[in-house]
Design a protein around this ligand. Structure first.
Ligand code: ADP
Length: 593
C-alpha cells in the first residue's frame, strides 16, 4: 500500500523539480530566446541588414571614386612635368606635346595657350588616330573659348593651390552621348603675372573602354580581401574560402556601373559603362562623382539579388533557428521532466517495496515464533494439534524462504551478478515436482488444481531452480489474486519449437493498460485486493528476467474480474549462455494480451 509519506515525498519532489526546472532552465532559456527574438525583430523593423549593406556599398563607391581620382591626377602630374617650357619654340613645343601623347593613349590631345604670343597663342596636338575634322573642331573651339576667357582662366587657375582645374562635358554624337573631361593647368615655367594656360583632354572611348573598367575591376577584386568587408560578408553567410576569394556566392558578387548623372532616372537610364558582373537592372546605391569626373555617377548592386532580399533571408533564417531552438528546448524539458518523473515514481515504488517487504518478513516470523513458543511450553497435548502447528511453521518458513530467494535473486540481477546454470532438464518432471510440493497448500486454500502436462515433452537446457522459481511465483500470484472462483490451471505443452508453460486463474484479472507494466520491478496494480495482499512487486520482474535469460518471453492474457493466463515461452533449442543483465535492462517488451 502506498503510504502517505511516500505520496508526500513524490509530491514534494515533483514540485521541487518543476520549480528547479522553471528557475534554472526554462526562465533563462525563455529570456534568451525572447531577447534574441526582439533583436531579430528590431533588425527586421529597422532594415539594419539593408542599411549595413548600403553603407558597405557607399564605402566601395567612395573607394572607387578615390582610385579614379588618384590615377587621373597621377597621369596629369606626370604629364605636367614633361610639358614643354615657355622658353621652347613652336616646333619644340609641338614635338614635346606629341611625345607626351605617345606615352599615354588615354590622352586625346594636349594644348598650350600663351596669350602673350598673339597669333601663335594656341598650340593643339592630338593623337595620331584623331581625324583631321575633329582636330580642326578642337582648334576652333579652343581658339574661340580661350580668345575670350583664356587669360582670365589662367589667372584663376594660378590662384588654386594645385593650379589645376577640370572641365567635363557631354557630347552628343550619332552613337549617343559621350563623356570626356579635360585637365586645365598653368605651365610651371610661366611667370605668375602672365601664367600660360595648358591642358590635356581625355579620350572618351579610352575612358569608357579601358580606364573605368580597369579601375572598377581592381576595386571589385580587392573588395572582399579587405578585412572589414570580408567580415561583413562572413557575418551574412558562411563563406567558403573559394567564395570569399571570388567575392561571395555567385548571385552576391558586386557589380558596378558608370552613367551620366542626369540620365539616372528610370525612364532614360543609360549606363555609360557596366562591369561584366552587372547583368540587368538599376543600381541599388549611386554616388555622384566630383572632379575630375563631374557629371558622372557610379552605381553599385549585387549581381543577382538585392540587399532587401539578403536582409529578408537573414531574418527568416534567424527566426527559423530560434524556432528550432525553442522546439529543441521544449523537447528537452519534456524529456527531462518525464525522466525525473519516472525516477520519482521509482523512488516511491522502492519506498513502498521496503515497507511491504518488512511487513512480509515480520508476519511469518511472528507466526513461527508464536507457534514454536506454544509448542515449547508443552501446552499442546494432542498430536493432531501439534502436527498442525508444525505444518504452519513449515509453511511460514517456506514463504520466508521464497521471499528471501526472490529478494536475493533480484539484488543479484540488479547488480548484474545473476548467473544461470543451464542443464539438460526434464521440464515435465520439474513442473510436476514443483506443483506437488505446493499441492497441499493449494488444495487447503480451496483451489481446484487442473494439471495438464503433455506426454513426450523433450528435454531442454534450462536452469532448474530458476524455472521452478518462475513457476512458483506465477502459482503464488494465482493463489493471491483470486477471490470468489478458486481455480488454478497449469499446462505444459509443445508448440512447434517452443515449449509453453501456462498458469491460469479465474481471479481478479488485470486492467489492459496495466498488463505491460506488471512486469516492471516494484509495480503493483491499483486493485484494492492487491493492496490488501502482501507482495513486493518483484515476482513478475524476476519471471520475465528468467524467461528472457532462457531466450524466451512471458505473456499475459487477462480480463478484469474473469482471470488471467500467464504463458512462459521457452525455445526448445535451449539457451546455454548465462545472463548477467539487470532487471531494468531486460528490454524486449512482454507482450500484453
Ligand atoms: P507481487 O505479487 O509481489 O505484488 P508481482 O511482480 O508478482 O508482485 O506482481 C505484480 C503485480 O501484478 C501484482 O501486484 C498484481 O497487481 C499483478 N498480478 C500478478 N499476477 C496476477 C494475477 N494472477 N492476477 C491478477 N493480478 C496479478
Amino acid at each position: 500500500m502506498r503510504s502517505k509519506r511516500a505520496r508526500l515525498f513524490g509530491g514534494n519532489t515533483r514540485s521541487r523539480l518543476v520549480l528547479t526546472l522553471g528557475l534554472a532552465v526554462v526562465l533563462p532559456a525563455l529570456t534568451l530566446i525572447y531577447v534574441n527574438y526582439r533583436h531579430v525583430k528590431s533588425i527586421q523593423r529597422d532594415k539594419k541588414i539593408e542599411a549595413l549593406i548600403h553603407r558597405d556599398f557607399q564605402y566601395v563607391l567612395s573607394i572607387t571614386e578615390k582610385r579614379l581620382r588618384q590615377k587621373t591626377i597621377a597621369f596629369i602630374d606626370d604629364a605636367r612635368n614633361r610639358f614643354p617650357s615657355t622658353a621652347d619654340n613652336d616646333a619644340e613645343k609641338r614635338q614635346k606635346l606629341n611625345a607626351l601623347l605617345a606615352t599615354n593613349p588615354l590622352f586625346s590631345h594636349a594644348f598650350i595657350y600663351d596669350a602673350a604670343l598673339g597669333d601663335k597663342a594656341l598650340i593643339v596636338q592630338s593623337q595620331t588616330c584623331m581625324s583631321e575634322k575633329d582636330h580642326e573642331r578642337l582648334v576652333k573651339t579652343y581658339t574661340g573659348w580661350f580668345g575670350m576667357e583664356g587669360r582670365e582662366m589662367a589667372q584663376n587657375i594660378n590662384k588654386k593651390t594645385k593650379r589645376l582645374m577640370w572641365y567635363s562635358y557631354v557630347d552628343t554624337t550619332t552613337n549617343g552621348p559621350t563623356y570626356s573631361t579635360t585637365a586645365l593647368f598653368t605651365l610651371p615655367s610661366s611667370s605668375p603675372e602672365q601664367p600660360v594656360l595648358a591642358g590635356i583632354g581625355f579620350d572618351p572611348n579610352q575612358l569608357k573602354q579601358i580606364f573605368f573598367p580597369a579601375v572598377i575591376d581592381e576595386v571589385l577584386s580587392k573588395k572582399l580581401t579587405d578585412k572589414q568587408d570580408a567580415s561583413i560578408a562572413e557575418m551574412l553567410h558562411e563563406l567558403t574560402p573559394a567564395e570569399l576569394e571570388a567575392g561571395g556566392p555567385p548571385d552576391e558578387r558586386l557589380a558596378m556601373n558608370v552613367y551620366l548623372a542626369d540620365t539616372g532616372t528610370a525612364e532614360d537610364y543609360r549606363p555609360f559603362m557596366t562591369s561584366s558582373t552587372w547583368g540587368v537592372g538599376e543600381p541599388e546605391v549611386a554616388h555622384n562623382l566630383d572632379d575630375p569626373f563631374k557629371g558622372l555617377s557610379l552605381g553599385i548592386k549585387f549581381q543577382g539579388t538585392t540587399a532587401e532580399a539578403i536582409g529578408r533571408r537573414w531574418v527568416t533564417q534567424s527566426f527559423m533557428i530560434l524556432g528550432v531552438l525553442s522546439v529543441l528546448m521544449i523537447g528537452g524539458l519534456v524529456l527531462t521532466y518525464r525522466s525525473v518523473n519516472k525516477q520519482v515514481a521509482l523512488a516511491r515504488l522502492k519506498s513502498d517495496f521496503v515497507s511491504n517487504v518488512s511487513h512480509e518478513l515480520r508476519t511469518p516470523l511472528a507466526l513461527i515464533r508464536l507457534y514454536a513458543e506454544t509448542l515449547e511450553l508443552g501446552r499442546i497435548t494432542t498430536s493432531e494439534k501439534k502436527n498442525e502447528y508444525y505444518s504452519i511453521i513449515r509453511k511460514e518458513s517456506e514463504r520466508l524462504t521464497a521471499l528471501i530467494n526472490n529478494i536475493l535473486d533480484f539484488s543479484r540481477i540488479e547488480a548484474g551478478r545473476k548467473e544461470y546454470d543451464f542443464k539438460e532438464t526434464d521440464i515435465a518432471e520439474l513442473v510436476r515436482n514443483t506443483l506437488d510440493s505446493y499441492r497441499f497448500q493449494i488444495e487447503q486454500q480451496g483451489f481446484a488444481l487442473e494439471e495438464q502436462i503433455e506426454p513426450n515433452i523433450p528435454k531442454v537446457r534450462v536452469d532448474r531452480e530458476a524455472i521452478a522459481r518462475a513457476l512458483v511465483n506465477l502459482v503464488n500470484n494465482a493463489l493471491k489474486y483470486s477471490d470468489h472462483e478458486k481455480f488454478l490451471g497449469v499446462k505444459l505443452y509443445r508448440e512447434q519449437s517452443v515449449l509453453k508453460l501456462e498458469v491460469i486463474d479465474r481471479g481478479i484479472g488485470i486492467e489492459r493498460n496495466e498488463q505491460s507494466r506488471i512486469f516492471e520491478k516494484f509495480y503493483r496494480t491499483c486493485d484494492p485486493l492487491v493492496h490488501n495482499t502482501k507482495g513486493s512487486g518483484l515476482g513478475l520482474s524476476l519471471v520475465r528476467h528468467i524467461t528472457e535469460a532462457h531466450g524466451g518471453d512471458v505473456e499475459v492474457e487477462s480480463t478484469p474480474g474473469r482471470g488471467s493466463k500467464f504463458t512462459l515461452k521457452l525455445p526448445i533449442a535451449g539457451v546455454t549462455q548465462s545472463s548477467v543483465a539487470g532487471i531494468g535492462e531486460t528490454t524486449s517488451a512482454t507482450g500484453a494480451a
